[in-house]
Design a protein. Sequence first.
Length: 129
Amino acid sequence: MPAPCPCGLPAAYDDCCGALHAGRGAAVTAEQLMRSRYSAFAVRDAGYLLRSWHSSTRPRELAFDRDVRWTGLEILGSTGGSAFHTEGTVEFRAHYRSGGAAGEQHEDSRFVREDGNWVYVGEAARPGR
């Protein structure tokens, strides 16, 4: 039985985010890119994460915390980010376990198109922050 995709959609990893990681497709929406980036963290695919990061904010390298295991993704909302937009945001909550303790990362991420492809820019500014 094929491994389920870490992004939470009802599909096998190889047919879902794995296809994007392998370069067999590109994210059509900002949410799809967000899901694929979460999955890349879950499977520790630093190359994909760096390729899908905006050139102006991309780090030179990426190291993973060996104790962190990503356990689930919730998409809380989004603005723009469709196939017809050039920018968008995706608010999410990512769950993980580290050293036996549960934790979560909550972020409203900003995405834009660079060379026609969706890329992650950074955390979106939220009113009141």
